[in-house]
Design a protein around this ligand. Structure first.
Ligand SMILES: Cc1cc2nc3c(=O)[nH]c(=O)nc-3n(C[C@H](O)[C@H](O)[C@H](O)COP(=O)(O)OP(=O)(O)OC[C@H]3O[C@@H](n4cnc5c(N)ncnc54)[C@H](O)[C@@H]3O)c2cc1C
Length: 366
């Protein structure tokens, strides 16, 4: 009899792996620390690659309420450049998407335990808030959160803070955003805005920690800085904030790609953000989550161990992460942005081409 696979974390990576394993009749148990549906810091830009993987799993994001995103707009100072995306993306709340995946996994037979927090990976066992567990094969999919015994190398990308806020906008303001993802670079960071439901706008941004401190160290200070841009002032000035406080995340090792030879307890496969963290700017983190899940399941079913899986995953994601990080650094440089904006003003189509150049590769056949 095949032994049970234990999945730690029920986000996009963990839930899609659970669904795929359950469908293949592999016994699977998933531990998720939250007790119910919850919001996450995410731009909620669902790339074509992520959509493809979700549809392959039988989930239609449009039926879950996703709205189309088919244009990209760069707004910087007085410059506003817009171009068609080379693919049709979608905007969808993670609260809704992740929950739908978890429910699908459960209905296919995955055992889902909610409200169980993983504390540490130790030799031969996993310490959790409800006692210790054992499993021969473990999928570590706790996303941004570090687990004792499996910490990631923080590298040089960890000095950003991420914020997310949903806003309810009047229909005339929603139509100003339309079906575009809007990128608004500012000194020390950048913001991304897009619709994620017919009346909800997601504002998600990354700011350097020292810049945030210089601004005053509060969300209100950051928002005031953003709203110095007239179009954001107009858009958000009379909008209703959906959360009482923004969601935040810090200390993420952007640019990290797991090393196949890094020490981990035996039988542990890293998935999603535990395996690689790309620059949010290119909106491919969710695709890395779904693709790593697919690859881990394929490796496990083919009898390959974690080292082989991590090697294949590194090949799959490394160049996307490198290109995305380069683009993110360029967006932060005011001079680079002015030059790029000038060039894009002459050839707006290049903006869409840039979006196309940072996509993730296909999972290799096993
Ligand atoms: C600012 C920002 C903007 C982004 N924008 C985009 C975007 O627009 N498009 C895109 O594709 N990607 C984007 N990303 C990346 C994307 O959000 C992630 O890559 C993706 O969520 C990774 O999925 P995951 O399943 O690995 O982790 P997560 O989605 O974080 O899921 C991890 C799960 O594990 C659970 N968990 C955590 N710790 C424990 C524990 N100790 N015990 C038990 N359970 C635990 C959590 O509750 C959660 O449900 C963005 C990221 C950031 C930071």
């Amino acid at each position: 009899m095949v032994s049970e696979v234990l999945i730690l974390g029920g986000g996009l990576a963990g839930a899609s792996a659970a669904l795929e394993l359950a469908r293949a009749d592999v016994p699977v148990r998933l531990l998720e620390r939250e007790t119910g549906p919850h919001h996450k810091v995410c731009g909620e830009f669902l790339s074509i690659e992520a959509q493809h993987d979700l549809r392959r799993l039988g989930l239609d994001p449009v039926r879950l309420g996703a709205v189309p995103v088919d244009r990209v707009r760069l707004v910087s100072g007085g410059t506003r450049i817009e171009a068609a995306l080379p693919f049709q993306a979608l905007g969808l709340s993670r609260k809704c998407l992740d929950e739908a995946l978890l429910e699908a996994a459960q209905s296919e037979g995955a055992q889902v335990e909610r409200g169980v927090k993983v504390i540490a990976l130790e030799e031969g066992k996993i310490a959790t808030s409800t006692g210790s567990r054992t499993a021969e094969r473990v999928f570590l999919a706790t996303g941004k959160h570090e687990i004792r015994g499996a910490r990631r190398d923080a590298g040089s990308g960890a000095d950003y803070i991420g914020f997310k806020m949903h806003w309810r906008l009047a229909p005339r303001r929603m139509s100003e955003v339309g079906s575009a993802i809007e990128l608004a670079p500012f000194d020390g960071g950048y913001a991304g805005l897009q619709c994620v439901a017919h009346d909800v706008l997601n504002l998600c941004l990354l700011v350097r920690r020292e810049r945030f401190a210089r601004l005053g160290g509060h969300w209100e200070d950051l928002l005031a800085e953003l709203m110095r841009a007239p179009h954001l002032e107009r858009l958000l000035g009379d909008a209703e904030a959906v959360f009482s406080r923004p969601l935040t995340i810090a200390n993420l090792p952007y640019g990290y790609v797991c090393d196949p030879v890094s020490p981990l307890p035996p039988g542990v496969f890293r998935l999603g953000d535990q395996a690689a963290i790309t620059a949010p700017l290119t909106g491919d983190g969710m695709a890395i989550a779904t693709r790593s899940a697919r690859l881990a399941v394929a490796c496990l079913r083919a009898g390959s161990g974690p080292a082989e899986y991590h090697g294949k995953l590194q090949e799959l994601v490394r160049s996307q992460v490198t290109r995305a990080m380069l683009l993110q650094r360029a967006v932060e440089l005011p001079l680079a942005i002015r030059c790029v904006a000038g060039l894009l003003g002459l050839w707006p189509g290049v903006l869409g081409r840039l979006a196309g150049m940072t996509r993730l590769a296909q999972v290799p056949p096993m």
